[in-house]
Design a protein. Sequence first.
Length: 422
Amino acid sequence: MYVFGFVIIYTKIMKKKYIAFIATIVLFIGVYFMFFHKDKSLRFIPESADVVIVVDTKNLTRQYISSFFMHPYEWFKEKKSGQDKIEFRDLGLKIPDYLQVFHLKDTKFSNYYTVLEVEDFQKFCVFLKKNQFVNKGSKGYLKDNLAVYVNKKYAIVGTSDSEFTYISNFLLKETSEKPQKANRFIDGSLASLSFISGKKIQNFEIDINDDNIVIKNTSSINVFETLVSEVSQNKQLLSAELDAQNIKNGLQVFKTKYHDSLFINHLKIDLNVKEVKDTIITYEYDDEFNAIEKRSYQNVLQPVYYAKIESADPKKTWSFFKGKKWINDREMFVGLPLDSNVIVKNQSGFTVSSAKEKLKGSKQEDKNFIFLRNSSLFRLKNLTSLQRKFLSELEYVFYVNQSQYYYVKIKFKKEKNPLILR
């Protein structure tokens, strides 16, 4: 009897262990498929795309959950009144394992789009109306700088409605080609930025850290971090040094074709902006037509700058600037809305500096970089609330290029929460 009872108890214990083991296996399988298993097919990148951003949404989810558990004060944080939190499961859209954002060749620099599958058409339309998107018929739903076109199968979200017809035709088109694979663009990072030229693709990793976003195509970043540390010690709003190739690349981005005519092989710029009181004098007349002077004051931004331009052929560069009327007959630079300035010619080119107040140029680094610091003096109009929040938290943007390696750092102000939880 005792033996029989022991066997029954042992059998029950083993069954519980077996059930617990099976439950653990099922849990691990569920976690794997929820957070790690990915469909690597990219079906929403048109053949004419020249820039592609791919976001690993499961990697992003894992990083968000990890950050959330590392910051316990977020667990019981109450939502502020009037603050709407977007719940992706309530959108009526299918969020892919790899979100695909693209720019189309020969379109505006600022036009980017993404395509999402619609799971519940009515729910998504309710979401758009709830968030004050205005239905413009064939132009889709519009709000601020966003445009959305939606049908029963797909939603196209973009910063413009200009290419909705082209993208809709692309989605309708039957193709025998296999969809592109994610590993063509992204390899382990949170997201990627890719430039496409014919069959050539140049990929850059995108990582989100506690207080910065980094875009790079190299793991050797120590020399770049040292440079940004040095440059950021200066108080200038803008510091930059660029060689001929970087100048050419920059001009091509903005669709200008001056790079072959400028002959500039090195450009160095330092810029500050200060707020000063400007006096406005007006006159009124009394009954006897005597002039009465009235003074009023307004705050204006005054640039203080120093630019050094070195050319492979200084005479041709000077002639080109004069021909474009960027330099007037008094030999002042008028190509940009800058205050009065002084030009000094030298054997390698010329320098341009502000006339009212001199700015001492920073140390020449002989590297290719652009450092732009954020400032409360920048008062940009027509910004959305999201764009204002972004600018209020931004500290600086830093770009550096060395040979075939590129590094961009977007630095935000330190706060209690990491970026991914803000």
